[in-house]
Design a protein around this ligand. Structure first.
Ligand SMILES: Cc1ncc(COP(=O)(O)O)c(C=O)c1O
Length: 455
């Protein structure tokens, strides 16, 4: 008896013969050419038909049998099993259309300068990691213990936070830290205050977790603490460099905020996103330094090295850290070992400090140049720290239209109105000066000035 199929086996790199044979039977059953109950040739007939050894035919049938495509026993014949054919649906990603228009020079805020060449410190850290075997097991859900110890020293030295390892856990960045915190601590009906204008992702995340977002205004010093109600369970705040207007929350307001939190029992979520870069006087210690019972502090590597690394840290009371760690253990949500190990090597080696020092020099020059060039077009705010400035434009200006004109001219900037939710305020542009190469930076500023002159 013959197979009645056009079976073709090749010996030129298409894999073992028995697997080729099995796949051809599978395909025929899948597409209905072989129906349930159809009798297949014996291994002897099949081997003869294909001029292969009988063991090839037998191995193919064994495979199909094990997968459930065929049934029957030696002696009583082999049949196609009762498998209702199911056409697989293959969905390959549609290739996104190539955007038309000029290649954009980016002055968008939020991304540091990333050198296209790899330096020695980076290489040293990864060499150290590549020489270690990965740890086994599912321990260290709060993060690599040695990294937590090293970060305790780092946040003490750089941000003035006196804490212990039990206060600190490793995250995949600020947004991950916020999601983690909200996953564990939110309760139905919770209200969270978020600066307006502010970090859009924070408001969005809070909404996604079912919290009611209360917009709170910001002035040149940052969050307007006196506007906070008493029914809030949390406040998301950027005290070291308000995002995006750039105010630094003064000591009196920090104390007022802590007193308010102690009175109301609310949690202050401190986003310390770009505190490493301060150009006038030393940064104020973090808010977390004042009260770890009320403050959860979120730090990130995103502005220092790259957002692509997805690494950050969270500092809170031991109770909160334990609660988050227990949740992580249940859901399996913590950063991978290689990046943590590399970061540890970078901290120990002094590489992180070196990058911060180097970047600070570059950003200070960039900031000075940006301010000098853009001063004629509006009021510059937030220039004392970080990776961006905000240019406030005359009141009647449509900042979306200015950003669109800049884009059409080849430069990406963020309109300030993108960061506003319900509280009105002047229009403006949020201009990141860190990301481009020197040549692109100067070219982008020249184009932007042309746009500002003509819109
Ligand atoms: C205000 C603010 N906080 C934090 C971050 C960083 O978030 P992540 O650490 O998740 O990259 C950003 C990035 O754009 C930001 O603008």
């Amino acid at each position: 008896m013959e197979s009645s199929l056009p079976l073709v086996l090749t010996r030129d790199g298409n894999g073992p013969l028995h697997l080729q044979l099995a796949e051809q039977f599978r395909a025929a059953i899948r597409d209905g050419r072989l129906q349930a109950g159809h009798r297949l040739p014996s291994t002897r007939d099949l081997a003869r038909e294909l001029s292969v050894s009988r063991s090839v035919a037998q191995a193919a049938y064994d495979q199909l049998h094990a997968e459930g495509w065929i049934a029957g026993r030696t002696g009583s014949g082999t049949y196609v099993a009762d498998v209702v054919p199911l056409q697989p649906v293959l969905r390959t990603a549609a290739r996104p259309p190539t955007p038309a228009g000029p290649v954009l020079l980016t002055l968008r805020p939020g991304i540091p300068y990333i050198s296209p060449t790899v330096d020695a410190g980076w290489r040293r850290a990864w060499r150290e990691v590549s020489g270690q075997a990965p740890p086994g097991g599912y321990e260290d859900v709060a993060g690599l213990p040695e990294l937590r110890d090293a970060l305790v020293e780092h946040v003490r030295r750089v941000r003035g936070i006196a804490c212990g390892t039990e206060n600190l856990m490793i995250t995949e960045g600020t947004s991950h830290g916020l999601r983690l915190l909200l996953s564990v601590t939110r309760r139905p009906g919770d209200k969270i205050a978020v600066e307006d204008p502010g970090y859009t992702a924070a408001a969005l995340t809070a909404k996604q977790f079912g919290l009611e977002v209360v917009d709170v205004g910001v002035d040149e010093d940052g969050l307007q603490v006196s506007d906070l109600g008493t029914d809030l369970s949390a406040v998301y705040v950027t005290p070291s460099h308000q995002y995006p207007l750039g105010g630094r929350l003064p000591v009196a307001r920090r104390n007022e905020l802590i007193r308010w939190a102690r009175r109301t029992g609310a949690t202050l979520i401190e986003d310390d996103y770009d505190s490493e870069f301060r150009y006038d006087v030393a940064p104020l210690p973090a808010l977390a330094q004042l009260d770890l019972d009320r403050v959860v502090h979120l730090g990130t590597l995103s502005k220092v090295l790259s957002p692509a690394l997805r690494l950050g840290w969270l500092v809170a009371s031991p109770e909160v850290v334990n609660q988050l760690a227990a949740y992580r253990e249940q859901v399996g949500d913590w950063p991978g070992w290689p990046m943590q190990a590399a970061f540890l090597a970078m901290l120990r080696d002094g590489y992180l400090d070196q990058v911060i020092r180097r970047s600070k020099r570059l950003y200070a020059d960039r900031r000075n140049h940006t301010c000098a060039v853009l001063a004629p077009y509006g009021q510059i705010v937030g220039q004392d720290a970080g990776l961006h400035i905000t240019l406030l434009l005359p009141p009647a200006t449509d900042d979306q239209a200015v950003a669109a004109a800049a884009r059409a001219a080849g430069v990406e900037v963020a309109p300030l109105s993108d960061y506003r939710r319900t509280i009105p305020g002047p229009p403006g542009l949020v201009i990141g000066y860190a990301t481009p190469t020197d040549a692109n930076f100067h070219q982008a500023l020249t184009i932007l000035c042309d746009v500002l002159r003509t819109t």
